[in-house]
Design a protein around this ligand. Structure first.
Ligand code: CTP
Length: 399
Protein backbone atom coordinates (compact mmCIF):
# COMPACT_ATOMS: atom_id res chain seq x y z
CA UNK A 1 0.00 0.00 0.00
CA UNK A 2 1.22 3.51 -0.74
CA UNK A 3 0.68 6.27 1.80
CA UNK A 4 0.89 9.56 -0.09
CA UNK A 5 1.46 12.64 2.04
CA UNK A 6 1.05 16.09 0.56
CA UNK A 7 1.81 19.41 2.19
CA UNK A 8 -0.77 20.37 4.77
CA UNK A 9 -0.67 20.71 8.53
CA UNK A 10 -2.78 17.52 8.80
CA UNK A 11 0.38 15.67 7.69
CA UNK A 12 1.28 15.49 11.36
CA UNK A 13 -1.37 12.77 11.62
CA UNK A 14 0.30 10.69 8.89
CA UNK A 15 2.61 8.97 11.32
CA UNK A 16 -0.36 7.72 13.30
CA UNK A 17 -2.09 6.60 10.10
CA UNK A 18 1.06 4.73 9.12
CA UNK A 19 1.28 2.99 12.52
CA UNK A 20 -2.37 1.99 12.42
CA UNK A 21 -2.02 0.64 8.89
CA UNK A 22 1.02 -1.36 9.92
CA UNK A 23 -0.95 -2.82 12.83
CA UNK A 24 -3.46 -4.21 10.30
CA UNK A 25 -0.57 -6.03 8.62
CA UNK A 26 -0.24 -3.63 5.68
CA UNK A 27 3.14 -3.15 4.01
CA UNK A 28 3.21 0.62 3.68
CA UNK A 29 5.43 2.63 1.31
CA UNK A 30 5.36 6.36 2.14
CA UNK A 31 5.59 8.83 -0.74
CA UNK A 32 5.84 12.43 0.42
CA UNK A 33 5.65 15.57 -1.70
CA UNK A 34 8.24 18.32 -1.28
CA UNK A 35 5.67 20.39 0.61
CA UNK A 36 4.72 17.35 2.70
CA UNK A 37 8.33 17.11 3.91
CA UNK A 38 7.90 20.47 5.59
CA UNK A 39 5.19 19.01 7.85
CA UNK A 40 6.38 15.48 8.56
CA UNK A 41 9.96 14.41 9.07
CA UNK A 42 10.96 11.74 6.54
CA UNK A 43 13.17 10.28 9.26
CA UNK A 44 10.08 9.35 11.32
CA UNK A 45 8.54 7.54 8.36
CA UNK A 46 11.85 5.92 7.45
CA UNK A 47 12.41 4.54 10.91
CA UNK A 48 8.90 3.12 11.05
CA UNK A 49 8.99 1.50 7.61
CA UNK A 50 12.69 0.78 7.14
CA UNK A 51 12.37 2.36 3.69
CA UNK A 52 13.80 5.47 2.15
CA UNK A 53 11.10 8.08 1.71
CA UNK A 54 10.87 9.23 -1.89
CA UNK A 55 9.55 12.54 -3.16
CA UNK A 56 11.25 13.28 -6.40
CA UNK A 57 11.21 11.61 -9.78
CA UNK A 58 14.94 12.18 -10.17
CA UNK A 59 16.99 11.22 -7.15
CA UNK A 60 16.06 7.61 -6.59
CA UNK A 61 18.18 4.56 -7.21
CA UNK A 62 15.24 2.86 -8.91
CA UNK A 63 15.26 4.40 -12.41
CA UNK A 64 11.49 4.15 -12.77
CA UNK A 65 9.96 4.35 -9.29
CA UNK A 66 6.95 6.32 -10.52
CA UNK A 67 5.68 3.36 -12.48
CA UNK A 68 6.95 0.50 -10.33
CA UNK A 69 5.42 1.92 -7.14
CA UNK A 70 1.98 2.39 -8.66
CA UNK A 71 2.00 -0.98 -10.39
CA UNK A 72 2.80 -2.87 -7.20
CA UNK A 73 0.32 -1.06 -4.95
CA UNK A 74 -2.97 -2.63 -3.83
CA UNK A 75 -4.20 0.79 -2.66
CA UNK A 76 -2.95 4.36 -2.82
CA UNK A 77 -4.07 6.32 0.21
CA UNK A 78 -3.37 10.06 0.13
CA UNK A 79 -3.67 11.70 3.55
CA UNK A 80 -3.64 14.61 3.62
CA UNK A 81 -4.64 15.38 0.05
CA UNK A 82 -4.21 19.12 -0.52
CA UNK A 83 -6.18 21.19 -3.03
CA UNK A 84 -3.02 21.37 -5.14
CA UNK A 85 -2.46 17.61 -5.20
CA UNK A 86 -6.15 17.00 -6.00
CA UNK A 87 -6.00 19.51 -8.88
CA UNK A 88 -2.85 17.92 -10.28
CA UNK A 89 -4.34 14.42 -10.03
CA UNK A 90 -7.53 15.54 -11.75
CA UNK A 91 -5.53 17.17 -14.55
CA UNK A 92 -3.34 14.10 -14.99
CA UNK A 93 -0.11 15.92 -14.16
CA UNK A 94 2.93 13.88 -13.18
CA UNK A 95 5.05 16.65 -11.75
CA UNK A 96 6.39 14.80 -8.71
CA UNK A 97 6.63 11.22 -7.52
CA UNK A 98 3.24 11.14 -5.80
CA UNK A 99 1.35 12.62 -8.76
CA UNK A 100 3.23 10.34 -11.17
CA UNK A 101 2.49 7.30 -9.03
CA UNK A 102 -1.22 8.15 -9.00
CA UNK A 103 -1.17 8.49 -12.78
CA UNK A 104 0.76 5.29 -13.36
CA UNK A 105 -1.46 3.04 -11.28
CA UNK A 106 -4.64 1.06 -11.66
CA UNK A 107 -4.93 0.47 -7.91
CA UNK A 108 -7.91 1.89 -6.03
CA UNK A 109 -7.23 5.37 -4.65
CA UNK A 110 -8.51 6.92 -1.43
CA UNK A 111 -8.10 10.68 -1.04
CA UNK A 112 -8.46 12.28 2.40
CA UNK A 113 -8.67 16.01 1.67
CA UNK A 114 -7.54 18.57 4.24
CA UNK A 115 -7.61 22.29 3.58
CA UNK A 116 -9.23 25.55 4.55
CA UNK A 117 -13.01 25.81 4.12
CA UNK A 118 -12.71 28.39 1.33
CA UNK A 119 -10.36 26.14 -0.64
CA UNK A 120 -12.55 23.06 -0.12
CA UNK A 121 -15.72 24.89 -1.11
CA UNK A 122 -14.13 26.64 -4.09
CA UNK A 123 -15.85 25.50 -7.31
CA UNK A 124 -12.47 24.43 -8.71
CA UNK A 125 -11.86 21.97 -5.86
CA UNK A 126 -15.46 20.77 -5.85
CA UNK A 127 -15.36 20.17 -9.59
CA UNK A 128 -12.05 18.32 -9.26
CA UNK A 129 -13.54 16.09 -6.58
CA UNK A 130 -16.65 15.42 -8.68
CA UNK A 131 -14.57 14.45 -11.68
CA UNK A 132 -12.29 12.20 -9.66
CA UNK A 133 -15.23 10.48 -7.98
CA UNK A 134 -16.75 9.99 -11.41
CA UNK A 135 -13.54 8.13 -12.31
CA UNK A 136 -14.02 5.82 -9.34
CA UNK A 137 -11.65 7.52 -6.90
CA UNK A 138 -12.75 7.16 -3.26
CA UNK A 139 -12.91 10.39 -1.28
CA UNK A 140 -13.25 10.58 2.48
CA UNK A 141 -14.64 14.06 2.68
CA UNK A 142 -13.25 16.42 5.30
CA UNK A 143 -15.11 17.03 8.52
CA UNK A 144 -15.97 20.22 10.35
CA UNK A 145 -13.67 21.30 13.10
CA UNK A 146 -10.80 23.58 13.99
CA UNK A 147 -8.41 24.32 11.15
CA UNK A 148 -4.90 25.71 10.99
CA UNK A 149 -4.66 29.31 12.14
CA UNK A 150 -7.53 28.95 14.62
CA UNK A 151 -10.33 29.00 12.03
CA UNK A 152 -13.37 26.75 12.36
CA UNK A 153 -15.19 25.11 9.49
CA UNK A 154 -15.28 22.23 7.07
CA UNK A 155 -11.91 21.10 5.78
CA UNK A 156 -10.42 19.15 8.65
CA UNK A 157 -8.97 15.79 7.63
CA UNK A 158 -10.79 12.77 9.07
CA UNK A 159 -9.27 11.06 12.07
CA UNK A 160 -6.65 8.34 11.49
CA UNK A 161 -8.91 5.55 12.82
CA UNK A 162 -11.63 6.44 10.33
CA UNK A 163 -9.14 6.73 7.47
CA UNK A 164 -7.65 3.32 8.20
CA UNK A 165 -11.10 1.74 8.49
CA UNK A 166 -12.09 3.17 5.12
CA UNK A 167 -8.84 1.96 3.55
CA UNK A 168 -9.52 -1.52 4.87
CA UNK A 169 -13.07 -1.47 3.55
CA UNK A 170 -11.77 -0.59 0.10
CA UNK A 171 -9.14 -3.30 0.19
CA UNK A 172 -11.67 -5.83 1.42
CA UNK A 173 -14.33 -5.07 -1.06
CA UNK A 174 -12.19 -4.27 -4.04
CA UNK A 175 -11.39 -7.89 -4.71
CA UNK A 176 -14.97 -9.13 -5.19
CA UNK A 177 -15.63 -6.22 -7.57
CA UNK A 178 -14.43 -8.06 -10.62
CA UNK A 179 -16.59 -11.05 -9.67
CA UNK A 180 -19.57 -8.92 -8.74
CA UNK A 181 -19.85 -6.94 -11.95
CA UNK A 182 -18.32 -7.16 -15.39
CA UNK A 183 -17.03 -3.64 -16.00
CA UNK A 184 -17.09 -4.19 -19.77
CA UNK A 185 -20.88 -4.40 -20.02
CA UNK A 186 -21.85 -1.05 -21.54
CA UNK A 187 -25.11 0.92 -21.61
CA UNK A 188 -24.64 3.30 -24.55
CA UNK A 189 -27.99 4.52 -25.83
CA UNK A 190 -29.86 3.42 -22.70
CA UNK A 191 -31.93 6.13 -20.98
CA UNK A 192 -31.79 5.66 -17.23
CA UNK A 193 -33.91 7.42 -14.60
CA UNK A 194 -32.77 7.11 -10.99
CA UNK A 195 -34.40 8.40 -7.79
CA UNK A 196 -32.45 8.81 -4.57
CA UNK A 197 -32.60 10.10 -1.03
CA UNK A 198 -35.32 10.41 1.54
CA UNK A 199 -38.19 12.77 0.79
CA UNK A 200 -39.06 15.53 3.26
CA UNK A 201 -42.69 16.23 3.96
CA UNK A 202 -43.28 19.64 5.47
CA UNK A 203 -45.05 20.14 8.77
CA UNK A 204 -44.48 23.90 8.78
CA UNK A 205 -41.89 26.20 7.16
CA UNK A 206 -39.08 24.87 9.42
CA UNK A 207 -40.02 21.27 10.25
CA UNK A 208 -40.49 18.19 8.16
CA UNK A 209 -41.02 14.44 8.39
CA UNK A 210 -37.98 12.73 6.93
CA UNK A 211 -36.14 9.44 7.07
CA UNK A 212 -32.59 8.20 7.45
CA UNK A 213 -31.84 7.51 3.79
CA UNK A 214 -28.57 9.16 2.75
CA UNK A 215 -29.07 8.83 -1.00
CA UNK A 216 -25.68 7.13 -1.38
CA UNK A 217 -27.07 4.02 -3.06
CA UNK A 218 -29.11 5.94 -5.62
CA UNK A 219 -26.24 8.31 -6.39
CA UNK A 220 -23.89 5.34 -6.79
CA UNK A 221 -26.33 3.70 -9.22
CA UNK A 222 -26.57 6.91 -11.25
CA UNK A 223 -22.76 7.18 -11.34
CA UNK A 224 -22.38 3.58 -12.39
CA UNK A 225 -24.95 3.80 -15.19
CA UNK A 226 -23.25 6.98 -16.47
CA UNK A 227 -19.84 5.29 -16.33
CA UNK A 228 -21.22 2.54 -18.53
CA UNK A 229 -22.35 5.10 -21.11
CA UNK A 230 -26.06 5.49 -20.25
CA UNK A 231 -27.85 8.85 -20.45
CA UNK A 232 -28.79 9.37 -16.81
CA UNK A 233 -31.34 11.61 -15.10
CA UNK A 234 -31.14 11.63 -11.31
CA UNK A 235 -34.14 12.87 -9.35
CA UNK A 236 -32.78 13.29 -5.85
CA UNK A 237 -33.98 14.37 -2.44
CA UNK A 238 -30.48 13.95 -1.01
CA UNK A 239 -27.85 16.59 -0.27
CA UNK A 240 -25.09 14.09 -1.05
CA UNK A 241 -22.65 14.99 -3.81
CA UNK A 242 -24.03 14.16 -7.24
CA UNK A 243 -21.94 12.34 -9.82
CA UNK A 244 -20.51 14.20 -12.81
CA UNK A 245 -21.93 13.86 -16.30
CA UNK A 246 -25.60 13.35 -15.47
CA UNK A 247 -28.72 15.54 -15.34
CA UNK A 248 -29.69 16.25 -11.74
CA UNK A 249 -33.16 17.33 -10.60
CA UNK A 250 -33.50 18.22 -6.93
CA UNK A 251 -36.77 17.61 -5.15
CA UNK A 252 -37.98 17.64 -1.57
CA UNK A 253 -41.35 15.91 -1.32
CA UNK A 254 -42.94 12.70 -2.59
CA UNK A 255 -45.33 14.79 -4.69
CA UNK A 256 -42.45 16.66 -6.37
CA UNK A 257 -40.61 13.41 -6.98
CA UNK A 258 -43.73 11.82 -8.47
CA UNK A 259 -44.20 14.75 -10.86
CA UNK A 260 -40.57 14.66 -12.07
CA UNK A 261 -40.53 10.88 -12.45
CA UNK A 262 -43.86 10.56 -14.24
CA UNK A 263 -43.01 13.32 -16.70
CA UNK A 264 -39.84 11.44 -17.69
CA UNK A 265 -41.10 7.87 -17.56
CA UNK A 266 -42.15 7.60 -21.20
CA UNK A 267 -38.65 8.66 -22.29
CA UNK A 268 -36.84 6.19 -20.06
CA UNK A 269 -35.70 2.64 -20.70
CA UNK A 270 -34.85 1.79 -17.10
CA UNK A 271 -35.99 3.27 -13.79
CA UNK A 272 -34.19 2.64 -10.51
CA UNK A 273 -36.48 3.76 -7.65
CA UNK A 274 -33.80 3.90 -4.98
CA UNK A 275 -35.42 6.81 -3.13
CA UNK A 276 -36.89 6.31 0.31
CA UNK A 277 -40.21 7.95 -0.43
CA UNK A 278 -42.19 8.92 2.67
CA UNK A 279 -45.34 6.82 2.93
CA UNK A 280 -47.22 9.52 4.85
CA UNK A 281 -47.26 13.30 4.89
CA UNK A 282 -49.08 15.87 7.03
CA UNK A 283 -52.53 16.47 5.63
CA UNK A 284 -51.98 20.23 5.96
CA UNK A 285 -48.76 22.21 6.06
CA UNK A 286 -48.91 25.06 8.58
CA UNK A 287 -48.29 28.37 6.84
CA UNK A 288 -46.16 29.72 9.67
CA UNK A 289 -43.96 28.15 12.30
CA UNK A 290 -45.91 26.25 14.95
CA UNK A 291 -44.94 27.87 18.27
CA UNK A 292 -43.92 25.73 21.21
CA UNK A 293 -46.35 27.69 23.36
CA UNK A 294 -49.20 26.37 21.20
CA UNK A 295 -48.48 22.94 22.70
CA UNK A 296 -47.46 19.74 20.90
CA UNK A 297 -49.46 19.69 17.67
CA UNK A 298 -51.51 16.65 16.71
CA UNK A 299 -50.39 15.79 13.21
CA UNK A 300 -52.93 14.30 10.92
CA UNK A 301 -51.22 12.31 8.17
CA UNK A 302 -52.34 11.18 4.76
CA UNK A 303 -50.75 8.65 2.37
CA UNK A 304 -48.35 9.88 -0.32
CA UNK A 305 -48.61 8.59 -3.88
CA UNK A 306 -46.83 5.26 -4.37
CA UNK A 307 -44.65 6.24 -7.31
CA UNK A 308 -43.25 2.78 -7.92
CA UNK A 309 -46.69 1.14 -7.96
CA UNK A 310 -47.82 3.78 -10.46
CA UNK A 311 -44.83 3.00 -12.70
CA UNK A 312 -45.70 -0.71 -12.42
CA UNK A 313 -49.22 0.08 -13.62
CA UNK A 314 -48.16 2.39 -16.45
CA UNK A 315 -45.11 0.60 -17.72
CA UNK A 316 -44.84 -0.43 -21.33
CA UNK A 317 -41.38 -1.68 -22.30
CA UNK A 318 -39.54 0.05 -19.42
CA UNK A 319 -37.52 -2.06 -17.01
CA UNK A 320 -38.50 -1.00 -13.48
CA UNK A 321 -36.35 -1.68 -10.44
CA UNK A 322 -37.63 -1.16 -6.90
CA UNK A 323 -35.82 -1.23 -3.57
CA UNK A 324 -37.02 -2.72 -0.33
CA UNK A 325 -35.45 -1.69 2.93
CA UNK A 326 -36.61 -4.19 5.49
CA UNK A 327 -35.96 -4.95 9.14
CA UNK A 328 -37.70 -8.36 9.25
CA UNK A 329 -38.48 -11.24 6.86
CA UNK A 330 -36.35 -9.67 4.13
CA UNK A 331 -37.01 -12.00 1.23
CA UNK A 332 -40.74 -12.62 1.88
CA UNK A 333 -41.49 -8.91 2.28
CA UNK A 334 -39.46 -7.93 -0.77
CA UNK A 335 -41.09 -10.63 -2.89
CA UNK A 336 -44.54 -9.41 -1.89
CA UNK A 337 -43.55 -5.86 -2.91
CA UNK A 338 -42.20 -7.07 -6.28
CA UNK A 339 -45.56 -8.64 -7.03
CA UNK A 340 -47.76 -5.95 -5.55
CA UNK A 341 -45.97 -3.18 -7.44
CA UNK A 342 -45.71 -5.23 -10.69
CA UNK A 343 -42.04 -4.45 -11.26
CA UNK A 344 -39.19 -6.39 -12.88
CA UNK A 345 -36.60 -6.54 -10.13
CA UNK A 346 -36.45 -5.68 -6.46
CA UNK A 347 -33.26 -5.03 -4.52
CA UNK A 348 -33.82 -6.01 -0.92
CA UNK A 349 -31.56 -4.99 1.91
CA UNK A 350 -31.61 -5.57 5.62
CA UNK A 351 -31.40 -2.15 7.21
CA UNK A 352 -31.28 -3.53 10.73
CA UNK A 353 -27.67 -4.76 10.23
CA UNK A 354 -24.94 -2.29 11.19
CA UNK A 355 -22.99 -2.76 7.95
CA UNK A 356 -25.84 -2.64 5.44
CA UNK A 357 -28.19 0.04 6.59
CA UNK A 358 -28.52 3.77 6.32
CA UNK A 359 -25.60 6.22 6.37
CA UNK A 360 -22.83 3.59 6.09
CA UNK A 361 -20.76 3.06 2.94
CA UNK A 362 -21.25 -0.69 2.76
CA UNK A 363 -24.26 -2.77 1.87
CA UNK A 364 -25.33 -6.30 1.15
CA UNK A 365 -28.37 -7.01 -0.95
CA UNK A 366 -30.60 -9.72 -2.34
CA UNK A 367 -31.83 -9.38 -5.91
CA UNK A 368 -35.27 -10.87 -6.60
CA UNK A 369 -36.29 -11.07 -10.25
CA UNK A 370 -39.83 -11.26 -11.52
CA UNK A 371 -39.17 -14.71 -13.01
CA UNK A 372 -38.29 -15.98 -9.54
CA UNK A 373 -34.49 -15.94 -9.59
CA UNK A 374 -32.82 -14.87 -6.35
CA UNK A 375 -29.20 -13.67 -6.06
CA UNK A 376 -27.33 -12.75 -2.90
CA UNK A 377 -24.77 -9.96 -3.24
CA UNK A 378 -22.12 -10.16 -0.50
CA UNK A 379 -21.04 -7.31 1.77
CA UNK A 380 -19.29 -4.69 -0.37
CA UNK A 381 -19.08 -0.94 -0.81
CA UNK A 382 -22.33 0.67 -1.95
CA UNK A 383 -20.56 1.68 -5.16
CA UNK A 384 -19.75 -1.97 -5.81
CA UNK A 385 -23.24 -3.18 -5.01
CA UNK A 386 -24.46 -0.44 -7.36
CA UNK A 387 -22.07 -1.70 -10.06
CA UNK A 388 -23.43 -5.22 -9.69
CA UNK A 389 -27.07 -4.12 -9.81
CA UNK A 390 -26.54 -1.91 -12.87
CA UNK A 391 -24.54 -4.61 -14.60
CA UNK A 392 -27.26 -7.22 -14.00
CA UNK A 393 -29.92 -4.85 -15.35
CA UNK A 394 -27.78 -4.00 -18.40
CA UNK A 395 -27.53 -7.76 -18.99
CA UNK A 396 -31.30 -8.20 -18.70
CA UNK A 397 -31.81 -5.44 -21.30
CA UNK A 398 -29.53 -7.25 -23.74
CA UNK A 399 -31.40 -10.57 -23.36
N1 CTP B 1 -41.87 3.83 -3.11
C1 CTP B 1 -42.48 4.74 -3.94
N2 CTP B 1 -43.44 5.58 -3.44
C2 CTP B 1 -43.81 5.52 -2.15
C3 CTP B 1 -43.20 4.57 -1.30
C4 CTP B 1 -42.22 3.76 -1.80
O1 CTP B 1 -42.14 4.79 -5.11
N3 CTP B 1 -44.73 6.33 -1.70
C5 CTP B 1 -40.85 2.91 -3.65
C6 CTP B 1 -39.46 3.10 -3.10
O2 CTP B 1 -38.71 3.98 -3.88
C7 CTP B 1 -38.89 1.68 -3.18
C8 CTP B 1 -40.10 0.79 -3.03
O3 CTP B 1 -41.23 1.62 -3.32
O4 CTP B 1 -38.33 1.43 -4.45
C9 CTP B 1 -40.27 0.17 -1.67
O5 CTP B 1 -40.61 1.08 -0.72
P1 CTP B 1 -41.23 0.68 0.70
O6 CTP B 1 -41.52 1.93 1.42
O7 CTP B 1 -40.33 -0.31 1.33
O8 CTP B 1 -42.55 -0.05 0.22
P2 CTP B 1 -43.98 0.03 0.82
O9 CTP B 1 -44.91 -0.38 -0.27
O10 CTP B 1 -44.23 1.37 1.39
O11 CTP B 1 -43.99 -1.10 1.92
P3 CTP B 1 -43.89 -1.04 3.54
O12 CTP B 1 -43.84 0.38 3.96
O13 CTP B 1 -45.11 -1.76 3.95
O14 CTP B 1 -42.64 -1.80 3.87
Amino acid sequence: MILGISGGIAAYKSVEILRRLQRTGADVVPVVTEAGRKFVAPMALESLTGRRVSSSLWNDTDPIPHTSLGQRADLILVAPATADLIARYRAGLASDLLAATLLASRAPVLLCPAMHTEMWEHPATQENIDVLQGRGVHVLEPAEGSLAGGDMGIGRMREPAEIVEKAQQILLSDSPLTDLADAARRMEGVRVLVTAGGTRESIDPVRFIGNRSSGKMGHAIAAEAARRGAAVVLVTASDARTPAGIEVIRVQTAAEMEKEVLSRFADSDVVFMAAAVADFRPRVEAGSKIKKSDGPPLLELEPTPDILARLGEEKASQFVVGFAAETDDLVENAKAKLERKKIDLIVANDVSAADSGFEVDTNRAVLLWRAGEVEDLPLALKSEIAAAIVERVAGALED
